[in-house]
Design a protein around this ligand. Structure first.
Ligand SMILES: [Zn+2]
Length: 342
């Protein structure tokens, strides 16, 4: 099979011919039919997530199971499947308790700690393959598995969006953010999209944002947000950037009992006034990816057409490097997608 291989972290992909994978006990092999590409991959390729090289990257995937190893009962050849991104143990308190992204025995990520799907075939623990509901394309199933399900977990569990909420999304014009707009709208929120360029904000509007704020055109994002909410502030602020400045702005934009959630993050510090938290019962928290169940729910919601994948550009998987270049240059609007041969 053909595989796009990272030989050293930080280096471009190399097209290699490799033997087709054979499933070991408890594993399954999927022929990849579609894949997604986002900014997280660019960060991962720098090596900051760890993992051994050489490595085949790629975790947003859809395809057909072609072979299963001994003991596999959850999938069979011919099944259309999406892929769950995390390698969790399945038996710790967090895995059992419905919060598996906090797994005590977290084994890393597909495409970082084991080979992913920028290749004709991918071999993974069978439990990482989840059925694609009928009516959902391979490509939508791929995009569901990071760009959308991360938002599904965030908006419902962490930001706890209700139909009467005003919600601020910082970095809403990015590949994950534009899907966040749709998920927040699906939970009934009024969405205020903040980003740094008019082009990204226009894209955010196209995907459903009710109001937009160009962060570079205002002095204080919190103040600009309050102007759009009759002085109240927002019930939830979700920060896709996760820099000290952006998360400080997220907290500053909150209404009474508001929730500030960091969903993308950079190293930094944020100052918090404990009195403000006490008086107004604000919540400051993070949101980490999604559970398998939430990915299945996300695919079902997408199959109904409530949330659509926002694809900015498609290339063949052997040309994935061009999408990485676009992401680094910040010229890609929405998610990148890869096509595969029939
Ligand atoms: Zn676990």
């Amino acid at each position: 099979m053909r595989a796009m291989v990272v030989k050293e972290w930080g280096q471009p992909f190399t097209l290699e011919e490799r033997p087709d994978p054979e499933p070991g006990a408890g594993e399954a092999v999927m022929k990849v039919r579609a894949a997604g590409v986002g900014l997280t991959l660019v960060t991962m390729r720098t090596g900051v997530f760890g993992g051994e090289v050489p490595r085949v990257m790629g975790h947003e995937l859809g395809g057909d199971i072609v072979a299963v190893g001994d003991g596999v009962t959850n999938v069979k050849p011919g099944d259309r499947c999406g892929v769950y991104f995390y390698l969790n143990c399945g038996y710790c308190r967090w895995c059992h308790g419905g919060r598996e992204t906090l797994c005590d025995n977290h084994g890393g990520y597909v495409g970082v700690h084991v080979d992913g799907g920028y290749a004709d075939y991918v071999c993974l623990p069978a439990g990482n393959f989840l059925p694609i509901p009928s009516g959902l394309s391979y490509e939508d199933a791929a995009i569901a598995a990071d760009a959308v399900n991360t938002n599904w977990h965030c908006m419902r569990e962490r930001a706890q969006i209700s139909p009467h909420d005003d919600v601020l999304l910082i970095g809403a014009g990015g590949g994950v953010g534009v899907h966040g707009i749709q998920v927040a709208k699906a939970f009934g929120a009024r969405v205020i999209a903040a980003d740094i360029s008019d082009e990204k904000l226009e894209f955010a509007r196209k995907w459903g944002a009710d109001e937009v704020i160009n962060v570079r055109a205002v002095n204080d994002l919190g103040e600009a947000t309050r102007k759009l909410t009759d002085g109240k502030g927002v019930e939830a602020a979700v920060d896709y950037v996760g820099a000290s400045e952006s998360f400080t702005a997220a907290i500053g934009a909150l209404a009474t009992a508001g929730r500030a959630v960091v969903i993308g993050a950079k190293p930094g510090t944020v100052q918090i006034n404990p009195i403000d938290l006490l008086i107004s019962e604000k919540t400051i928290t993070g949101s980490r990816h999604s559970t398998r169940t939430e990915l299945m729910e996300t695919m079902e919601v997408m199959a109904k057409g409530t949330i659509k994948s926002a694809i900015g550009k498609r290339v063949h998987f052997t040309e994935v490097e061009t999408l990485f270049e676009d992401l680094q240059a910040e010229t890609l609007l929405g998610r990148g997608a890869l096509t595969y041969d029939d």
